[in-house]
Design a protein around this ligand. Structure first.
Ligand SMILES: [Zn+2]
Length: 212
């Protein structure tokens, strides 16, 4: 888990939005290898083991997505172009099987990548961070520059992934998946679509949260 990315992570307990406090046991470069992320509101503790942060997911295998049928350089270029990750300050979220493209994308994109429930065997470090979660994406609203979705997610997970993308950020997904709300279709072909998050889409939902 890349230390600057901890600011973008959130507790999955569904209370008022708050940052998490990292307690670091072992760090490699700027990557937390072993430690905990603690929630100051509900005191939940999320372990980081071998660089991977676990949000309510007991075992890596339980939260792993299937590998895509093929992982080619062309497919990786296609995902990276859709996400438009051209700046080293950018962070792109890759959900599920799309996380398999991370090593190839890192070969030509300077952006950091956050993998949510990637296939088993993906390694964190070198510009790639990994979280595994049993419920929703533990990511702050509007904190990601782009996201790649896949079909194997619950509606709640998809909502949390879309909400994580800032206004004007790109979201890509397969054609069998609906484009998220508050997100405008830019282009599509027989396999996937590319859409753009509405500029107002990621404003904090303060009133809704208080009413709950
Ligand atoms: Zn909490």
């Amino acid at each position: 888990m890349f230390i600057p990315l901890v600011d973008s992570l959130r507790c999955v307990a569904g209370h008022e939005d708050t940052w998490l406090v990292a307690s670091i046991e072992r760090v490699d470069e700027r990557d937390i290898r072993e430690g905990f992320l603690g929630c100051p509101i509900c005191f939940a503790e999320y372990p980081i083991r071998d660089g991977v942060a676990y949000f309510g997911a007991d075992s890596a295998e339980a939260m792993a997505s299937a590998m895509p049928e093929r992982v080619t350089e062309d497919d990786a270029v296609r995902v990276a172009a859709g996400l438009d990750l051209t700046d080293p300050r950018m962070v792109g979220l890759l959900f599920g099987s799309s996380g398999a493209f991370a090593p190839a994308i890192r070969g030509f994109s300077p952006a950091h990548l956050l993998l949510v429930n990637p296939p088993a065997g993906m390694a964190s470090g070198d510009g790639v961070s990994i979280v595994r979660t049993a419920t929703v994406a533990p990511v702050a609203r509007g904190s990601m520059d782009a996201a790649a979705l896949d079909s194997g997610a619950s509606p709640e997970m998809l909502d949390s992934l879309a909400a994580a993308v800032r206004g004007g950020g790109r979201i890509i997904g397969p054609v069998d998946l609906a484009v998220p709300r508050e997100t405008a279709d830019l282009t599509r072909d027989g396999r996937s679509w590319v859409a753009e998050r509405g500029l107002d889409a990621s404003a904090p939902l303060v009133s809704l949260r208080r009413a709950r």
